[in-house]
Design a protein around this ligand. Structure first.
Ligand SMILES: Nc1ncnc2c1ncn2[C@@H]1O[C@H](COP(=O)(O)OP(=O)(O)OP(=O)(O)O)[C@@H](O)[C@H]1O
Ligand SMILES: [Mg+2]
Length: 277
C-alpha cells in the first residue's frame, strides 16, 4: 500500500496527457495536502520532554516510535522507488503527525530527483544569490541528520534518507540525536557524525532490538573499493532500503500493508498531542 500522497502522484501521472507529471509537480502535489493541524514529530517530542519535567531527555515509548518510524519508512520507500525522489531533509520537524498517530512527510525544499536534475528551485535561487554559505547549508540539510558520505560530498542517494531515518528513530526513543554538539556547533556535529561513537545513554533504556536496528542503520564501514570513504552497502537499508528494515527484529509484528491505515492496536502509555494543538 502506497502512502496517500504517492497515490496522488500516480493518479496525476495517469491522467496527464501533456506529460506534466514531473517530480516537481509531484512535490507540489505533496505539499498542498494538509495533514492534521501542522503538528510534527518534533511537537510530539516536545510533549514528551515537557512531561519528563526534570529537563532530562526523554523520548517516546518504543512501540509508538516503531509505529511512527514504520510509516516514515513506507513513505521513503515509495518516494525513492515510485517517484525517484530523495527527500534530503528527513527529521522530526518534517514529519507531520495527527492525533490518530498517522504520519505524512512534508517540506520538500531539499528534495532532488535521482533521475533528473534537482527539482528544488531553492538550490538554484540560493546559488543565484551567490551566498555560498547559505547555498551549502541549504544543499546539505540539517547537520545532525546528515549522513557521513553527504558531508564528504558524495552524490545524493536514497541512503542519505535512510541514515536520517535512523537518526530520527534514535531521537524518537531518546529525545535527542546521537551526534549533535552540545553547543549547537554544526562543524563539531559534522565531525562527530563522521567519527564519533554513537552516544548511547547508560543504562540504555531501550530494547536490544531497538538499539540493534539503529546501530546497523548507522554503521560506518570504511570503503575498500576506492569508491568513496564509506561502504554504504554495509549499512542496514544503505542499499536495500525498506527490504532490510522489514527483516529487522525490532519491526517484527508490523503489518506493512496496514500500518498508518488501521489505528494502532493499543496506544497505552503513548505520548499524545494536546487537544488545542
Ligand atoms: N501539508 C501540511 N499540512 C499541515 N501542516 C503543514 C503541512 N506542510 C507544512 N506544514 C506545517 O508548516 C511547518 C513548516 O513547513 P515546512 O517544514 O514544509 O517548511 P520549512 O521550510 O521547514 O519552514 P520553516 O523553516 O518556516 O519551519 C511544518 O512544521 C508544519 O507545522
Ligand atoms: Mg521543515
Amino acid at each position: 500500500m502506497l502512502p496517500t500522497f504517492v497515490d496522488a502522484f500516480v493518479a496525476r501521472d495517469d491522467d496527464d496527457d501533456d506529460d506534466d507529471a514531473s517530480p516537481s509537480s509531484f512535490v507540489a502535489c505533496v505539499v498542498s495536502r494538509r495533514h492534521g493541524d501542522g503538528a510534527t514529530l518534533a511537537s510530539l517530542l516536545d510533549v514528551a520532554r515537557a512531561a519528563a519535567g526534570t529537563g532530562a531527555p526523554l523520548g517516546l515509548p518504543e512501540l509508538q516510535a516503531r509505529h511512527l518510524a514504520s510509516q516514515l519508512a513506507l513513505a521513503l520507500d515509495a518516494l525513492h522507488r515510485v517517484a525517484a525522489i530523495v527527500h534530503g531533509d528527513v527529521k522530526p520537524e518534517n514529519a507531520l503527525v495527527d492525533r490518530a498517530h498517522r504520519i505524512q512527510l512534508c517540506d520538500f525544499d531539499l528534495a532532488t530527483s535521482t533521475s533528473r536534475p534537482a527539482v528544488a528551485d531553492a538550490e538554484d535561487d540560493l546559488a543565484e544569490e551567490n551566498d555560498e554559505d547559505e547555498y551549502l547549508y541549504a544543499f546539505c540539510g540539517t547537520a545532525e541528520y546528515l549522513a557521513p558520505e553527504t558531508i564528504a560530498g558524495a552524490p545524493r542517494s536514497a541512503a542519505r534518507d535512510w541514515w536520517a531515518l535512523a537518526i530520527t528513530m534514535y531521537e524518537l526513543v531518546h529525545g535527542k540525536t546521537p551526534f549533535a554538539s552540545s553547543r549547537g556547533n554544526d562543524e563539531v556535529t559534522m565531525r562527530r557524525v563522521r567519527t564519533a561513537r554513537i552516544d548511547w545513554p547508560d543504562p540504555p533504556g531501550v530494547s536490544d532490538a531497538c538499539r540493534g536496528v539503529i546501530s546497523a542503520m548507522l554503521r560506518r564501514q570504511p570503503s575498500t573499493s576506492g569508491g568513496g570513504e564509506w561502504d554504504v552497502s554495509a549499512r542496514l537499508c544503505g542499499e536495500r532500503g525498506l527490504e532490510d528494515l522489514k527483516r529487522a527484529s525490532f519491526f517484527r509484528g508490523v503489518d506493512w500493508d496496514r500500518v498508518g491505515l488501521d489505528p494502532p492496536a493499543s496506544t497505552k502509555g503513548w505520548v499524545v498531542l494536546p487537544q488545542d494543538g
